[in-house]
Ligand binder design. Sequence first.
Ligand code: ARG
Length: 398
Amino acid sequence: MSDKVVLAYSGGLDTSVAVAWLKETEGLDVIAVVVDVGQGGDFNKIAQRAISAGAIDCIVVDARDEMAEDFVVPAIKANALYEGRYPLVSALSRPVIVKHLVEVARARGAGSVAHGCTGKGNDQVRFEVGIASIAPELETLAPARSWGMSRAELLKYAHEHAISVEAAVDKLYSIDENLWGRAIECGVMEDPWVSPPEDVYELTIQRETIPREVILSFEKGIPVAIDGEKLKLADLISLMSQIAGSYGWGRIDMVENRRVGIKSRETYECPGALAILLAHSDLESIALERDLAHEKLRLEPRWAELVYDGMWFSPLKQAIDSFFAESQKSVTGDVRLRFSPGNCTVVGRRSELSLYDYGLATYEPEDTFKHEYAEGFVQIWGMSLSTWARIQGLGTSK
Ligand code: ARG
């Protein structure tokens, strides 16, 4: 059995204590892996903290483009909103981190990987089920689930092990951020009746007052340009977040059902994600044939549930991805979004492949619809019901 463990490291209190704890209690050499999924922060400082906590190495991986292109893209194609509202911010980043933990574990001959999640959340599920799905030979360790330390005890442990945790001392909330948005939990928000305090928000502070329109262009379901300017996806998401956020739009306040059976009050700010998803699903309204659109709508919540539940690498999720990918061949075009304080709405859409047929839709003289066909169509459509009404229906004695 290898005596090396690869730890998903964030630089926060829990994972810093985990470094020292895994070394001291389990006798393991800890290789810390920090995956940059757009959370921001000083990665040199974070890496130094891992080393000072006792890690033998700390590897920083820039996975922003990978997160955008391989993880956010399928979520956009899926119009993914868990329980109809949450764009899966944290749920999308965990499989990215899992991939890199596994890569490092294999490259360095580690027998196990570790994370700093507690036993109450979804993220432990996503890490462990994710690892089991792509590297079943690796053992998973969850020190924060076994050490049984309170926050005060963690701080004491950190202090005794000379781990610098300046920012963590007075931390009021549990925050998880990446390029798709920001999740804020805990503190006074644990009472679902209490409004989230204004100070929890960072991405959605209203600065703009004058309404503005933005054209978002898609190619085969992928957002590619804002106002005609082509951008790589990670940059496009960041610009869209800034625009939508500057109108104070993109907040979500909800009580969601965690995989572990707990209802949890969640506050999110996802201005870019929500604007992109709004535009994408709107473009589909002209780009997708009716039955395809309806079947896709049935599969979308299932996809979001699978990803929320840590099943990113599952064969069902992959099969649904293939369906969505096939559906996006025609999702090319532009959507016009209008921003005003606290608001974002779609005010126009166009596509070379649009199935919107003006001649069929119009009530003007250009009308091409064959009105005479409608009579027979409607009669046959309703024939089963008119038969039933005559023989068994409400007006009969049966
Ligand atoms: N409830 C969200 C989810 O399960 C957000 C989790 C955020 N994680 C955190 N450590 N604060 O995806």
